[in-house]
Design a binder for this molecule. Structure first.
Ligand code: KIV
Ligand code: NA
Length: 272
C-alpha cells in the first residue's frame, strides 16, 4: 500500500483479511511496523510501558501529543490512531471535542480512540459529526480499572449482554471500529457477527476482524508481567540486558574501547 488507509478503508475491511495493528510510542518502532500494519495505535499504555506508571490513569494530554508526534514521523503507509487519555473526554462531548481536535491537529493522527460503550455513545456521535473519526474500546477498559476492580475477563455470564449492547451502541454512534479487550472467545465472535464495524481483538478471538497487541509486550521488551493473551514473538528485553552486561564487563576489563574505536593523533606516519 502506498498511502495510509483512512478510517473508512479500515471500516471496509469488516469480514475481510484481518486488520493488523500494534501500538507504537516512538519513531524507530513506528518505522519498523509501518509497512506491516494497517493502523498503528499511540496507546495510553505508553504510561506503563515507557514511563513506569502502575496504570494508565496518570497519562496526560502532553504525553500523548509528544509520543504521537514521534510516531507520526515514522509512519507513511499505516494509519495512525491516538488514544484519548483518562480525564480528557469523559466530562462531556465539548471537552472530548476540544482534546480530540488538539490530538489530531498537533500529531496528524487520522483518528482518536476512547474507552467506553453505551456511556460514551453520545460523545462518539458528537465527535464523528464534527469530523473526528473515532475508534471505540469496550470490554476491559484499563482507564476504569478502579471501578472494574482489576484486570479480569469482562463479559462472562450475564455481563455478556451488557457488553454486546456496548459494542452495538458505539457502532450505531458512528465509530469506525471497536477494540474488544479481554472478553471470552465466544462473546467476541458473537459481537463480531452482530455489528457492522470491524472488531479489533486483544485477548478476544481469532474470529475478530483484526488484532492488536502492545508492541513492547510482543517483543519481550516489557516484562513486568505478561497477560495470557500476549504472544511473545521475541525476547528483546533479555537480549538487551545480556548486551548491557557484556558492555559493563568490557569496560571494567579495559576491553572496550578497542583499537578500532579510538582515534589517531592525525599525524601521518613515516614509512620505515
Ligand atoms: O493503550 C493501548 O495499548 C490500547 C491497546 C491495548 C488497545 O488501548
Ligand atoms: Na489504551
Amino acid at each position: 500500500r502506498k498511502t495510509a488507509p483512512l478510517p473508512d478503508d479500515i471500516r471496509a475491511m469488516k469480514r475481510g483479511t484481518p486488520i493488523v495493528s500494534l501500538t507504537a510510542y516512538t519513531t524507530p518502532m513506528a518505522q519498523m511496523m509501518d509497512a506491516h500494519c494497517d493502523f498503528v495505535l499511540v496507546g495510553d499504555s505508553v504510561g506503563m510501558v515507557l514511563h513506569g506508571l502502575s496504570s494508565t490513569l496518570g497519562v496526560t494530554m502532553d504525553m500523548m501529543v509528544m509520543h504521537g508526534q514521534a510516531v507520526a514521523r515514522g509512519l507513511s503507509s499505516a494509519m495512525m490512531v491516538i488514544d484519548m487519555p483518562f480525564g480528557s473526554y469523559e466530562e462531556g462531548p465539548e471537552q472530548a471535542f476540544r482534546n480530540a481536535a488538539r490530538l489530531m491537529a498537533e500529531t496528524g493522527a487520522g483518528a482518536v480512540k476512547l474507552e467506553g460503550g453505551v456511556a460514551m455513545a453520545g460523545t462518539i456521535a458528537f465527535l464523528v459529526a464534527r469530523g473526528i473519526p473515532v475508534m471505540a474500546h469496550v470490554g476491559l477498559t484499563p482507564q476504569s480499572i478502579n471501578t472494574l476492580g482489576g484486570y479480569k475477563v469482562q463479559g462472562r455470564g450475564d455481563a455478556g449482554a451488557t457488553l454486546k449492547a456496548d459494542a452495538k451502541a458505539v457502532a450505531e454512534a458512528g465509530a469506525f471500529a471497536v477494540v474488544l479487550e479481554k472478553v471470552p472467545e465466544s462473546l467476541a465472535n458473537a459481537i463480531t457477527g452482530a455489528i457492522g464495524i470491524p472488531t479489533i481483538g486483544i485477548g478476544a478471538s481469532a474470529g475478530c476482524d483484526g488484532q492488536i497487541l502492545v508492541v513492547d509486550d510482543m517483543l519481550g521488551l516489557f516484562t513486568a508481567f505478561k497477560a495470557k493473551f500476549v504472544k511473545r514473538y521475541a525476547e528483546l528485553g533479555k537480549d538487551a540486558e545480556t548486551a548491557i552486561a557484556a558492555y559493563a564487563e568490557d569496560v571494567r576489563a579495559r576491553r572496550f574501547p578497542g583499537p578500532e574505536h579510538v582515534f589517531g593523533d592525525g599525524v601521518a606516519r613515516t614509512k620505515p
